[in-house]
Design a protein around this ligand. Structure first.
Ligand SMILES: C[S@@+](CC[C@H](N)C(=O)[O-])C[C@H]1O[C@@H](n2cnc3c(N)ncnc32)[C@H](O)[C@@H]1O
Length: 319
């Protein structure tokens, strides 16, 4: 299958890359007190959080990772003034721990994972992520990957499509949507799919829902295209293990599946091998309990922060 977005060059959108870093003030407050060392930003995007970290803490060196060439191009420009304090890697984040070790870095002061997509990925129709702007059914963060949203929509068996929409989109009307897809395929554009989903969802549910009726379907397909949840847990775990004493790991999630995996891996690190009810023997503690969310002022300015949940873990001093 041909992929129209293969013709993207990083330059095509990098100059316009604008993404508001979510919960920036809360995150910067934590990063500003990290001890000297490496801060790994595993989802560099437009480097909003990375720049804020470098400005807030002169003792940090940022290693930034992203799988999207357009993000890397934009981040490279923004981070250029910081010279040797910013090192950029174009890769999926499951390779981050290995790459840091290959560079001789075995301990880090902190890490951040700000999951999901950036505003420019959503806002450029040609990337195929948007249910609002027409474009090819693509949704690949890395254009070198081969599977697109069109491949999923047009080739998956009904049962597989149902699984994707239910597991990654929590879509209550998955059955109706899958039936509509099966009757209409092949589908080629985001506009066709968004309209098909809107027509398939019962009118009463459409009236009650606050967002676009295709929002959950698009989220589910994006997660499947980019295998987003498959590598998340092991990556969180590998980065937690790299924290130096006093180091802090931060993960910003945007839907329940991401949050569940993050919470489970952090809890396993905190609980260690201690039998139920016994004090933990682990080196790790929650940096704060539960998940923090964005404040009203930020939500007024940036509705994309609405579903954000921030979780944090630390390795105890002296461990
Ligand atoms: C929400 S944005 C990050 C925005 C960034 N914190 C900022 O302030 O500009 C998420 C970024 O993570 C990247 N990303 C998502 N999953 C990834 C993965 N598995 N490996 C590497 N990068 C990933 C996306 O390409 C996107 O650029």
């Amino acid at each position: 299958m041909e992929h129209p977005a293969d013709s993207h060059t990083a330059d095509s959108h990098a100059a316009d890359f604008h993404h508001d870093p979510v919960m920036e003030a809360e995150i910067v407050e934590i990063l500003s007190s990290l001890s000297p060392g490496v801060f790994a930003d595993l989802t560099l995007g437009g480097a909003g959080h990375a720049v804020a970290a470098l400005d807030a803490n002169a003792d940090l060196i940022v290693h930034g990772f992203d799988r999207d060439d357009v993000a890397i191009e934009a981040a490279s420009t923004r981070l250029a003034p910081y010279g040797d304090r910013a090192v950029i890697h174009t890769t999926r984040f499951d390779r981050a721990a290995g790459l840091l070790r290959e560079s001789g870095i075995s301990r880090i002061s902190g890490f951040l994972m700000d999951l999901g997509v950036s505003s420019p990925q959503l806002d450029v129709g040609a990337r195929g992520f948007s249910y609002r702007i027409d474009g090819p059914l693509d949704m690949r963060m890395d254009h070198r990957d081969t599977k697109t949203a069109a491949d999923i929509v047009n080739t998956y068996a009904p049962g597989e499509l149902l699984d994707v929409l239910r597991s990654y989109g929590d879509e209550r009307h998955a059955g109706r949507i899958v039936d509509a897809i099966m009757s209409a395929r092949p589908l080629t554009t985001t506009g066709e799919l968004a309209q098909l989903v809107a027509d398939a969802v019962p009118a009463a549910a459409r009236r009650k829902s606050t967002g676009h009726p295709a929002k959950r379907t698009f989220q589910a397909l994006r997660i499947e295209v980019n295998a987003e949840l498959e590598i998340l847990g092991d990556t969180v775990e590998s980065m937690i293990e790299m924290l130096q004493p006093g180091g802090v790991g931060l993960v910003l999630t945007y839907h329940s599946g991401e949050d569940r995996i993050t919470k489970d891996r952090m809890r396993t690190a905190v609980d260690g091998d201690a039998p139920p009810g016994m004090p933990t023997t682990s080196d790790f503690r929650w940096f704060f309990r539960g998940a923090r969310t964005a404040g009203e002022t930020e939500l007024d300015r940036n509705p994309r922060a609405r579903s954000a949940r921030l979780r944090a873990i630390t390795r105890v001093e002296g461990a």
